[in-house]
Design a protein around this ligand. Structure first.
Ligand SMILES: *Cc1c(COP(=O)(O)O)cnc(C)c1O
Length: 396
């Protein structure tokens, strides 16, 4: 729903997180919003019904619970309006459907979240939209890829699994010169560490499944648009019949209250582990934007206010044919790190990254890429666990 001006922007980040969204005065003083389950909304008379002359009119169009979360996200993103969708993937596909039509062309960064590429190469293709992938480091070269029918440029920084940075301001300026809408998957940084709309992006997307939820128990996405692009996004949401579930909205808003302190902890621990890994003989390189050794570090430092808990490293292995066996030995020796995909929760995770769908940012030749999500556990224990992984990998 539309944002009301709340005047919180001068306050500190954790103060804002503690107070944004719900106004306790609007519901008998209760600190948290009610979980409003509802399809039917009653009207006092037929005139009010015919003119939709009241705040709520139908469950799919918003409830006090979904509004509380949308208002919180609008304040964090600086957006004109936010929609809630059933997953982070839908937070990409719904705006793509909103802004693209048959005959259009879109540019999508090659280090994009994998299932987005799958959507582009199947559903969008079937609907008559063509997609080209571009190098995240392309910079000003992006202009040459724009065609007369290019309508959308999708960004994600850092990129999924390999964490390439992008010059978001430059991409936005080029795309806008050609009348394109600029979208960004901002899941890694959350609006606490990067505010895409402040850097020229029109539409910011989140898997709220990740840090906003924070406990690995919810699948949900959000899409926040600036004033120019909000009406079309809202229209697409309503026409597609997509809405946020009340319990999930409630829990994501609850997650936001602690997201600042959780992220600060993820950030500190992940950096500590990343720096330690950099010094190990068994590690070829560490892909973490906050490390000075990382190629995109200068961009991260210029634009971002922090780093989160997920990054990758390349395990040093001679001979491509041994990559998988070494990676699996490493992973199977871990006991605190779980083997799982959906990050952003409180627990540490690891996996062997599959980069086979990349067309530009191909997999390194020096070894398998292992992605780590550093959870809220104590770093000493995590290092100990990883040491067991390195020992097992060395023995294969
Ligand atoms: C996890 C993720 C998504 C998808 O979120 P789901 O809720 O799991 O569908 C989208 N983008 C990025 C960058 C992600 O990491």
């Amino acid at each position: 729903m539309k944002k009301k001006t709340s005047g919180h922007s001068a306050l500190g980040e954790n103060t804002r997180l503690a107070h944004l969204g719900h106004d306790p005065g609007s519901f008998h003083g209760f600190v948290n919003p009610p979980i409003t389950r509802g399809s039917t909304v009653l009207f006092p008379d037929s005139h009010t019904m015919a003119t939709r002359g009241q705040k709520y009119s139908y469950g799919t169009r918003g409830t006090p619970t979904t509004d509380a979360l949308c208002e919180a996200l609008d304040e964090l993103e600086g957006s004109a309006g936010t929609i809630l969708v059933p997953s982070g993937l839908a937070a990409i596909t719904v705006p793509f459907l909103a802004y693209l039509s048959a005959g259009d062309h879109a540019l999508v960064v090659d280090s994009v979240y994998g299932p987005c590429r799958e959507f582009c190469n199947t559903t969008l293709k079937r609907l008559g939209v063509t997609v080209d992938y571009y190098d995240p480091a392309i910079g000003a070269g992006l202009e040459a890829l724009i065609r007369p029918n290019t309508r959308l440029v999708h960004t994600e920084a850092p990129g999924s699994n390999t964490f390439e940075m992008q010059d978001i301001r430059l991409v936005s300026d080029i795309a806008h010169r050609h009348g394109c809408v600029v979208t960004m998957d901002n899941t890694w940084a959350t609006p606490l560490y990067f505010r895409p709309l402040d850097h020229g992006v029109d539409v910011s997307m989140h898997a709220t499944t990740k840090y906003p939820s924070g406990h690995s128990d919810i699948i949900m996405g959000s899409v926040s648009a600036n004033a120019e692009h909000w009406p079309r996004l809202r229209q697409a949401q309503l026409s597609l019949g997509i809405c946020g579930a009340p319990e999930d909205s409630y829990l994501v808003l609850r997650g936001l209250r602690t997201m600042g302190v959780r992220l600060a902890h993820h950030q500190k621990s992940a950096l500590e582990v990343a720096q330690w890994l950099e010094g190990l003989e068994a590690v070829d390189r560490v892909m973490h934007p906050a490390l000075e050794s990382f190629p995109g570090h200068a961009l991260w430092k210029r634009d971002f206010r922090g780093s989160s808990g997920i990054f990758s490293f390349v395990l040093k292995v001679d001979g491509k044919e041994r990559f998988k066996a070494k990676a699996h030995a490493f992973l199977d020796a871990l006991s605190l790190f779980g083997l799982g995909y959906s990050w952003g929760g409180y627990e540490s995770l690891a996996l062997h990254v599959d980069l086979s769908d990349r067309t530009i940012c191909k997999a390194p030749e020096t070894g398998p890429v292992i992605r780590l999500q550093i959870g809220l556990e104590d770093v000493a224990d995590l290092k100990h666990d990883l040491e067991a992984g390195f020992t097992a990998a060395a023995a294969v």
